[in-house]
Write a protein that binds this ligand. Sequence first.
Ligand code: ACM
Length: 727
Amino acid sequence: MTRSNRKHPVALMLLALAALSMTPHAQAAPQGPSAFLPVPRASQITASSDALPRSFNIEWRGHRSPLLTRAAERFKQSWTSRLKTVTSPGPRAVLIIECRSDDPGFLQPTQKEAYSLTLKAGRVHLVADGPAGVLYGLASLRQAVIDGPGGPHLALGTIQDAPRFVWRGIMIDVARHFMSLDSLKRQIDAMEQVKLNVLHLHLSDNEGFRVESRLYPKLHEVGAHGQYYSQGEIRDLVTYARDRGVRIVPEFDVPGHTLAILTAYPELASGPTAGANYISAMNSALNPTIPETYAFLDGLFGEMAGLFPDPYFHVGGDEVTGEHWAKNPQIQAFMAAKVLKSKVELEGYFHDQLSAQLRRRGKIVIGWEEIGRVETGKDTVIQAWRGSGSMAKATALGHPVIVSAGYYLDLLEPAISAYRVDPQDPAASGLNPEQTATVRKHPIFGPRLADEMVKNPDLKLTEAQKTLVLGGEAALWSELVTDEILDQRLWPRAAAVAERLWSPAEVRDEADLYRRLYIVQEGLRRSGLKDEAKRAAMIANLAPTGTDTVRGFLDLVAPLRNHAHNHVLRGLLTFKAFPPQDFKGLADIAAADSFEVTRFDRSVDGLLAGDVTSAQSLRDQLQAWKDIASGVSALAATNPALAEASPITADIHDLSQIGLEALSAIETKTPSATDWTQRAEAALAKQAAAEKASATIFAGLSSKEQPPADLLILFVPSLQRLVEAAR
Ligand code: ACM
């Protein structure tokens, strides 16, 4: 199947080439068994009968470099580790790697990324236009394994692949919680496997400045609480990422989000820097009216530009409240003298100076969408975050755009939530009319509501606007993410975003996504991802006896969504006191999605479609869940760390019992009694209310009540379907 939905001229050409090289009667790749993620643009998997080669002899053709040699070594190592569990591997095979150019654009958005793979028994041929394509071809070859009843086999056939978007990234906030260098390297390893190519590091915020500065050493001495990357570590990270086809884009957020900088250098501040809480810290900002600020930024960004070789440099620019500017007479006098009529115009003045400095250093400026509100150079890249409307607005103004709206993984929505957001759809992410009306009435959020945050189904993108969408970034803000849970907060959901950014827009089968996410996650773990290992250690710490039971329980729940688990923010917004959070509790260990529950969902699909064999597996799951709930209740009697979850385990027990009864009614075709239905519906309604309290960011932060232990029960929607079917 050849899908052509593209705008980038280079890729269009590659696509034409790919189409030419296809066999005339190419069939769609079987969606069932193959595990490619992202789904390739075109593939023809004809057979899957070849045993997995025990290893590959690599034959090089065309361009070769030390970087490619190292990539091939990594591939061979990962193949060996994959083979560890294979009892009877096949003979060695030949792997021809043919790289057609050294691509001077390598590691820039213009890099050559297309590749093709011809998979034959005993012989695999990878052809790529440049080094990036070789990396992606090897990533696909790692995934060209089909699990069948007789064990894993090599997929046979052909793949012609190239990405839909050139910018496919992850943003990690290392300011709110510091992430170790090793942890970042693990994320880069995983990124390579799903063909992501940008790691955007949010390196400074109110909570910390995370890079050693030799010019302004108080930044890391005072502004980092001892947690920062030395310049040597940054160079090491940049080199490590480069080897894996990943660019590091640094972000130093200015002029707001700068309390760490201002604590180190208070002479640059617009107002007081002491005594701020999470919300009032948002009022602090650099003083944009004094020459010292621009001298400081020129020096600092010059130093940082030397450390981070990427042509792009992110200056933040988001969420400036203007409070300290409004209260500072010197700043007000400056604005009057320069005829800057508003906070936004002062922001524009600031970014004009800053952008000119960065352009002189040869950098292309990126900023969060707020910097696009004022006249700024059309070459400035806008990162849309508050809603898809921001993407529409910035592209209408002629800016290249990176989309993060809809891809905020810190909101702890399930993978499909991000997967459904098309980067070029102007109404994909945002508030619906009902949510908008609620927010408008809220005393704090109402005044901050902007048009861009509201879904507008009337917005249409022109073809010219579409070409300005460079791609997107999954964003992980780290108020609630520590180094310990970084891996599991990113993966596997980041892989869903990777597919949205790489694969044709028509690839959107959600059940198939979950099927492949499961397989990809296993592969990522084999190559070093520590989500499961760290989760296991956290469970053992929380419940030294009964780890399996607690593990089973955590498979049935998710943490509250949309920052409702943020006790600091919830406390400030609802005027309630919460105990300090250590991010080691049940809600921190629980994932946003559960494959255990996805399996249940699929069986319910099957049963309701008439497949009676699904009933047994549903019964087994529900019975096991009842036992788990009883088990956790028993543990909670002597383990205070689990006691807070007791109401949830009681609910899981009840709901599982309701599910078993619904199954019996469905199987015996006996409509359930009215009082049973009422009881079941009341139990479901309670869970629906719990879900609703964190269904949007506004609900999450302003709802007075949230469910116990900050946990949601994940199998409620499918249970609802069973109860309806039993009526
Ligand atoms: C942002 O989330 N403040 C960019």
